[in-house]
Design a protein around this ligand. Structure first.
Ligand code: AMP
Length: 367
């Protein structure tokens, strides 16, 4: 099939790298030809609202997917009028707005951190009274990797906080003193069949994912079942086709939903080596109408993001079980440049390999 990906980032690159071996042709809609996906797929360059570019992009496509959330609704609508867009517009609409995400969690009975809508300084004060401090003010749209949010710890932090985030529609969320962060990925086929990956554990540095451990250890079967039920309910409610990610906090023996991403997700990169079918392959299979494949883990694996600067390549590749993925980006502080997945059955050897990778990452001075 001829697949179009809206967005030229690393997720698009890894989707293309999964699609080509299965015989698909891949095009990407990107802004610049040095974006990661452009090196491995046919690029169509231009602004997302440039109809001439969209028309050339869509001309020979059988299906369109997307690799990030902040795509103008008008662009996807324009595309959807001409070719199937999977996942559909509803998934994108809900995931792009923290308030509609929360509403969907509530509708489906999925526990989440308490939150209030904030539309002006007055409603922020009301929300602080209702939820108490500490709390986190988050813009409803365009937030990622900790951008568009601000922790309010003391009463003195409240005045000016709404304006500091740009005076845009926001939500105030109660601060969750979580024990750890987890996520679960699910994938749904066109015929409604669903498969889920095991819960994984995530660790952030400066609000950017540093490390994912798959599977998350020490999760009770009851908690795992609740996570599976939540992602299954979300996939169905959104009539989603493809991969959907759900980020969770574990707190006090419970799981609280944080947010969803209607796409392949950084916490699923481990699956390239660590699962029978990677999240990228599973997404491609789903959107073209193929069977999803097995999402079972092949072996324990840990993914470490390479952010801001790259450790010495040879030193990384010498480490047993380490697999290097680079996105072809120019290093810049806070930029995700690649990741390393370390896999192996032996617990001690795996732990040692992960320590060596983390030491090299720390050596770059960025983590
Ligand atoms: P988000 O953009 O919502 O995924 O938030 C980025 C990171 O901020 C999360 O991965 C958490 O580490 C932290 N965070 C977000 N919301 C909360 C919350 N309600 N309580 C505590 N930490 C949070």
């Amino acid at each position: 099939m001829r697949i179009g990906i809206v967005g030229g980032g690393q997720l698009g690159r890894m989707l293309a790298l999964a699609a080509v071996p299965m015989g698909h042709e891949v095009s990407v809609l990107a802004q610049r030809d040095d974006e990661p996906a452009c090196a491995v797929a046919r690029p169509f360059l231009g602004a997302f609202d440039d109809e001439a570019v969209l028309a050339r992009f869509v001309e020979h496509l059988d299906v369109v997917t997307y690799e990030f959330e902040n795509i103008p609704q008008r662009t996807l609508r324009w595309l959807a009028a001409r070719v199937p867009v999977r996942p559909g517009l509803r998934s994108l609409e809900v995931a792009a707005d923290r308030a509609s995400e929360k509403a969907l969690f509530r509708e489906l009975g999925i526990d989440a951190a308490p939150a209030r809508l904030v539309d002006d300084p007055r409603s922020l004060e009301d929300a602080v009274l209702a939820l108490g401090l500490p709390a986190i003010l988050k813009t409803r749209r365009l937030g990622y990797d900790g951008k568009g949010q601000r922790v309010l710890r003391a009463p003195g932090d409240v005045a000016g906080a709404f304006e500091a985030l740009g005076a845009v529609p926001s939500i105030l969320e109660g601060f969750v003193p979580f024990t750890r962060e987890l996520s679960i990925l699910g994938v749904r086929a066109i015929d409604g069949a669903i498969a889920t990956y095991p819960l994984v554990q995530n660790e952030h540095r400066d609000a950017i994912l540093l490390r994912t451990d798959a599977p998350a250890l020490g999760v009770s079967e009851a908690l795992a079942a609740r996570a599976r039920a939540a992602i299954t309910a979300l996939l169905g409610a959104l009539d989603h086709v493809g991969v959907l990610a759900l980020e969770l906090f574990e707190h006090d023996g419970r799981l609280l939903a944080n947010e969803i991403a209607p796409r392949v997700h950084n916490s699923g990169h481990f699956s390239i080596e660590g699962a029978e079918t990677s999240q990228f392959e599973a997404h491609v299979r789903a959107i073209v109408g193929d069977p999803i494949g097995s999402t079972a883990l092949r072996r324990r694996s840990t993914m470490v993001n390479l952010v801001g600067a790259l450790p010495p390549r040879e030193a990384l590749l010498e480490i047993p079980g380490a697999h290097l993925h680079l996105y072809g980006k120019t290093p810049r502080p806070g930029r995700k440049l690649g990741h390393v997945t370390i896999e192996g059955e032996d617990e001690a050897a795996h732990g040692e390999a992960v320590r060596r990778v983390l030491a090299l990452v720390r050596g770059t001075g960025t983590a």
